[in-house]
Design a protein around this ligand. Structure first.
Ligand code: SAM
Ligand code: SF4
Length: 410
């Protein structure tokens, strides 16, 4: 979400004649887009802000602005804490010294894979999460606006669109005709020139059978979803206020896999939530082994100011225990991914080429696997069939299968 908003801000400034600076010290304007979902992210943003103090001293004409979730309603307090910052504006808002950002302001040349925000904010109030306090209640964008934005991005060269919302399954509930994500996907699937559609994040308590059917039947919708479970213990899930049980989650995964064979399912896990016992952590490990997720984003719990968990529960799992649990999840997941990726050796997969890194082209399969290959040809933004030759837990290496007819027909 922050990345998408940063791209949009950059487009706004480019539209006004600004150009990207080579380094922070050469810039006339610096906008820091902050995240506070975990304490470590907040600390990084605060340290960066303190670093910028020296720059402001050396070059007082530089304009400094802070946005993202570090900005709450109390800007007077922020100004007192960071007096060298000229402007503060909330996540997703327009810079206050400019007029409102036009809805359809897009990068001139979008990346092959571009983000489109479909809803802002969240109504769920999971007990650990600061998002609803900093990004407000859920607001869906009108369906026609999302379709127009997608059409325009595709016209400018995007091949893949990733729809963003804190809970994409509640998209549309606040709109007049109450369209849902499946309706939106059906509309977008008809856009000529668009090759792939993805979306994140799903919420296990809200994901519908209609959406599962849409994933199964719409050809541009990739067989890949993000379905955060957060914990493998019912007691912890209840304390997190997630609104589902482990059994319901397992049944949902079974239903998804039955309807969309081979679908890649990713998840998020929090370890060391208040009161998490060794046995409850074991339940999370058992769930990870049983489900075989494609990717796991794991984080150690940190209390976030203003949330119910920070107010009512004691952060009683020691930092060393959280660290050890986090490492254990990572080790297990690494072995699951290594085995999963090894099975792909010898197979051919379609890659959307996003760019070059270390002299190699890279891109992602429809199941969101990162693939590298070497070639002297220009492949930026193209769909290519690559035969996988080597695999590690984190990426695949391959060779282009159809070097002679570079996919013009795709
Ligand atoms: N809306 C999504 C969901 O329901 O999972 C994701 C939202 S959150 C911005 C991204 C991830 O950050 C969460 O899935 C959770 O694992 C992690 N997270 C949120 N609050 C946290 C906290 N207080 N401590 C550690 N991790 C946290
Ligand atoms: Fe935070 Fe996601 Fe829960 Fe919303 S659904 S409160 S964004 S974790």
């Amino acid at each position: 979400m922050n990345k998408a908003e940063s791209e949009r801000l950059a487009a706004r400034f480019e539209d006004l004649g600004y150009r990207p600076a080579k380094s922070v010290s050469e810039a006339d304007l610096v906008v820091l887009n902050s995240c506070v979902v975990r304490r470590s992210a907040e600390e990084r943003a605060v340290n960066k802000l303190y670093d910028l103090r020296h720059l402001k001293k050396e070059k007082p004409v530089i304009m400094l602005a802070l946005t993202g979730c570090l900005v709450d309603s109390d800007t007077a307090r922020l100004k007192k804490r960071f007096p060298h910052v000229d402007h503060f504006f909330k996540a997703g808002d327009s810079p206050p010294w400019l007029e409102k950002t036009p809805e359809l302001l897009l990068p001139r040349r979008p990346a092959p894979s571009a983000y489109v925000t479909i809803s802002q904010g969240c109504d769920n109030f999971c007990s650990y999460c600061i998002v609803p306090y900093r990004r407000g209640r859920e607001r869906s964008r009108p369906l026609t606006e999302i379709v127009c934005e997608t059409q325009e991005l595709v016209r400018r060269g995007a091949k893949e669109i990733i729809l963003l919302g804190q809970n994409v399954d509640s998209f549309g509930r606040d709109l007049p005709d109450k369209p849902d994500l499946a309706d939106l996907l059906a509309e977008l699937n008809g856009i000529a020139g668009l090759a792939r559609l993805r979306f994140l994040t799903n919420h296990p308590k809200d994901m519908s059978y209609k959406l599962i059917k849409a994933i199964a039947t719409l050809d541009k919708v990739c067989g890949q979803i993000n379905l955060p479970v957060q914990a493998g213990s019912d007691a912890i899930l209840e304390a997190m206020r997630r609104g589902y049980t482990v059994d319901r989650y397992r049944r949902l995964v079974a239903e998804i896999r039955q309807n969309v064979p081979g679908i890649a399912i990713s998840t998020d896990i929090i370890v060391g939530f208040p009161g998490e016992s060794p046995g409850q952590f074991r339940e999370t490990m058992d769930l990870l082994s049983a489900i075989n997720f494609a990717t796991v984003h794991v984080a150690a719990y940190s209390p976030r100011p203003g949330t119910a968990a920070a107010r009512d529960l004691s952060d009683d799992v020691p930092p060393g225990v959280k660290k050890a649990r986090l490492a254990e999840v990572e080790r297990l997941q690494e072995s699951i991914q290594a085995a999963d990726n090894a099975r792909l050796v010898g197979e051919t997969a379609e890659i959307l080429v996003e760019g070059m890194k270390g002299g190699k082209w890279y891109g992602r399969t429809r199941a969101d696997k990162l693939v590298f290959f070497s070639s002297d040809r220009e492949y930026q933004g193209q769909l290519v069939d690559v035969k996988v030759e080597k695999a590690s837990a984190w990426s695949l290496q391959g060779v282009v299968k159809t070097e002679n007819n570079v996919q013009e027909e795709k």
